[in-house]
Ligand binder design. Structure first.
Ligand code: V47
Length: 367
């Protein structure tokens, strides 16, 4: 037992890759040991830099054909809270945000069977026509899969249309947890794990970048988190081997929010376990550059602590977010840029405003 742990620690010292069993064994380490190892890796990759961007989330509709048990955002069409924004409404939000200086639009919708593919693509096209320099991050693999099944289109066809109409990168949503038995329990009708990975692989094959999420802290086991992370690592190996510029930019562990949904009796996840999960992600994902401490689901304070536990990215100002805030997250009204900068600085890190592909736009000094 002790020997196994010593071997594992030696492997980490020698920058060797851990396998599944070794990944699961990491859970035997205490938080501070994990943090120390993860921090060493993040310092080597990024020094004291902490990345963020100035972005705006738009969630055009919550009307959803799926019924994921963890989701508090989706609404059936007969629900009085169901909404679908018009083309003009979306354009007006986009114009207002872009004119105020945001650099990225993050557009993710529920699986609305009444919105035709052309209506979705028309929005992307118009945004890009008016604002060619804005970065458009849009459509999760779950949306791509839903559109393909509902409108009898191939994944390839949809991804090509996205590119044709101006989508620059894909967000990491819809991954949830890849373990098939858990997935069947929490989101049976959603894109399968295999197809989520396939869609990202096809996107990467087109020379495009994307993110990857993991929803944790619900009914999954700690070992399932390791399995999830390693499936992403394996796909990233394949994508990087193509050397065509298509790969995952960031891994985003999303802390499950408990309000207003159908997953009941889930214990609160302690901060130590959230930080351990972030640290383990940094340790295992040697081929994904960035680990996000997504403040919307971890809380801003814990995201700041996560900077010392392997995280190097704070996502962005968000402005308005409807999916996780519906389930209790404090992200309805975003986070002011100057507060962001100050919080990173006062925790002794170096704030770096980035674009969506991690090009550095401005480095703010330590205070
Ligand atoms: O996939 C739904 C999650 C995701 C809950 O790529 C919940 O940069 C917590 O993917 N508690 C959508 N999470 C959001 C997303 C995302 C967010 C920020 C940045 C990026 C990126 C992607 O929201 C879904 C699902 O896993 N979600 N319900 C909940 N109760």
């Amino acid at each position: 037992m002790v020997r196994k742990m010593q071997e594992l620690l030696l492997k980490l010292q020698n920058n060797e890759r851990l396998n599944y069993d070794e990944g699961v064994k990491l859970w035997d380490l205490d938080l501070f040991s994990l943090g120390q190892i993860a921090n060493k890796i993040r310092i080597k990759k990024h020094g004291k830099k902490v990345f963020f961007n100035v972005n705006r989330h738009i969630n055009p509709s919550n009307l959803c054909a799926d019924t994921c048990k963890f989701c508090a955002f989706s609404a059936h069409r007969k629900n009085e809270n169901a909404y679908t924004m018009s083309f003009d409404e979306i354009m007006s939000i986009a114009r207002d945000a872009i004119n105020r200086g945001i650099k990225e639009l993050h557009i993710v919708s529920a699986h609305n069977p009444f919105i035709k593919p052309n209506e979705t693509f028309k929005i992307f096209k118009q945004i890009k026509k008016e604002f060619p320099h804005i970065h458009l991050k849009a459509m999760t693999a779950a949306e791509v899969d839903f559109m393909a099944r509902k409108f009898k289109l191939s994944y390839e066809n949809i991804l090509d249309e996205m590119i044709e109409n101006g989508v620059d990168s894909m967000p990491g949503g819809g991954a949830e947890i890849f373990d098939e038995s858990t997935r069947d329990e929490i989101c049976a009708s959603k894109v399968s794990s295999e197809n989520w990975l396939k869609i990202h692989s096809l996107w990467h094959a087109r020379g495009r970048q994307s993110n990857a999420t993991m929803l944790f802290g619900h009914i999954e086991s700690k070992a399932m988190r390791i399995d999830h992370i390693l499936r992403l690592r394996a796909l990233q190996d394949e994508s990087l081997a193509r050397a065509n510029g298509g790969y995952f930019n960031a891994f985003i562990p999303l802390v499950y929010q408990r309000d207003n949904n159908y997953l009941k009796n889930i214990a609160f996840l302690g901060s130590a376990e959230i930080l351990s999960t972030i640290a383990i992600s940094r340790i295992l994902l040697d081929n994904i550059a960035h680990i996000k401490a997504y403040w919307a689901t971890s809380t801003m304070n814990l995201a700041m602590v996560a900077q010392d536990f392997g995280a190097d990215d704070m996502d962005g100002t968000i402005e308005n977010e409807s999916i996780q805030s519906a389930a209790g997250a404090n992200s309805k009204h975003g986070q002011a840029k100057n507060d962001f900068i100050e919080m990173i600085q006062t925790s002794s890190f170096l704030p770096v405003e980035r674009d969506s592909l991690y090009n550095e736009l401005k480095v703010y000094n330590l205070c």
